[in-house]
Design a protein around this ligand. Structure first.
Ligand code: GLV
Length: 320
């Protein structure tokens, strides 16, 4: 008998076809975050759990899945999963690093350019009929060339952003758990303490995983240390930034602006004040959202899942 796998939400048929051939797939509902209660009748038998980043996997859930052999998360980030609880139970957790690096780095630069040059507001002005005769002192923005790009979290994505920043003529500073000698040699990147990164960056980009150490690191104190002309770009996870502190910083001009592809909470409710701040640009967690990348993420997640079901090492395992 084929093993039973729970996929928490529906995915395009051609993405999951290779999985459907090999397992009995039970698919949860659309439009709800989390592993839905309607899937509970399958918990006892499930050998594989295929999750999205909106699903919480904790010890209480794992306790209901005694036959579970593998969790596969369709994301590089695994902050939605209790990794320790999985490890204690001998369950490997798969994730999808690598395949999304370039797409996320592309969007980072897109957001950085958008806020630096005020593209959304200028485009809206044009659309709304506010494009009068050309004049030299209108719609002025900041330049990337010659400015300082600060990168918090110099993993694969941070380094891909650094390469792009270097190509734009930016000076690269970074703060990270590990030194990146290759980036220092090739891009002239310099590793600095967090306080220096805050004080010197013209553009501060967040690419760190969400952990106990990084939760809320961009707080009132951090925002007050930034330059008034600086921009913040959050591509990591919403809770890395304290939302209320950011609102105050944007309202009171502690920093020039922010671009957020992730927010806390997520989704950000339509009436949230951040949408009404002219110096804040928000995209709905689309960092890896290209046709190519999302399909590759599905491929990697499925490969992880099938390897775990066979008791073989995963392509990319997030827990020890
Ligand atoms: C997206 O945020 C991911 O972690 O892949």
């Amino acid at each position: 008998m084929k093993p039973l796998v729970i996929l928490t939400h529906p995915m395009p048929g051609d993405w999951i076809a290779p999985l459907q051939e090999r397992v009995r797939l039970v698919v949860g509902p659309e439009g709800v975050a989390g592993v839905d209660a309607s899937l509970q009748p399958y918990f006892a038998e499930a050998e594989g759990l295929f999750t999205w980043l909106i699903d919480r996997v904790d010890d209480a859930l794992l306790a209901q899945m005694p036959r579970l052999k593998v969790v596969s998360n369709l994301a590089v980030g695994v902050d939605n999963i209790d990794l320790e609880a999985c490890s204690r139970r001998g369950i490997p957790v798969g994730h999808t690093p690598g395949v999304l690096t370039e797409a996320v780095a592309d969007l980072t630069l897109a957001l950085l350019l958008s806020i630096a040059r005020g593209i959304p507001a200028a485009a809206e002005d044009a659309r709304a009929g506010r494009w009068g005769l050309w004049r030299p002192d209108q719609w002025l923005g900041a330049e990337l060339h010659g400015s300082t790009l600060g990168i918090f979290g110099m993993g694969k994505i941070g380094q891909a952003v650094a390469r792009r920043g270097h190509a734009f003529g930016m000076r690269i500073l970074y703060t990270s758990r590990s030194a990146r000698p290759e980036a220092e040699t090739a891009l002239g990147a310099r590793r600095v303490p967090w306080e220096v990164l805050l004080a010197e960056s013209d553009f501060l980009c967040l690419h760190t995983p969400l952990t106990a150490e990084t939760r809320g690191v961009v707080n009132t104190d951090a925002l007050r240390r930034m330059k008034p002309a600086a921009y913040l770009v959050n591509m990591a996870r919403g809770p890395v930034v304290e939302t209320d502190a950011l609102v105050q910083a944007l309202q009171e001009g502690w920093i020039a602006g922010a671009a957020l592809d992730v927010t806390d909470p997520e989704p950000l409710p339509p009436d949230h004040i951040l949408y009404r701040l002219p110096n804040c640009l928000i995209t709905p967690h689309i960092g890896s959202a290209t046709h190519t990348t999302r399909r590759r993420m599905a491929e990697v997640a499925i490969a992880n899942l099938l390897a775990g079901l066979r008791g073989e090492p995963l392509l990319h395992q997030a827990n020890a």
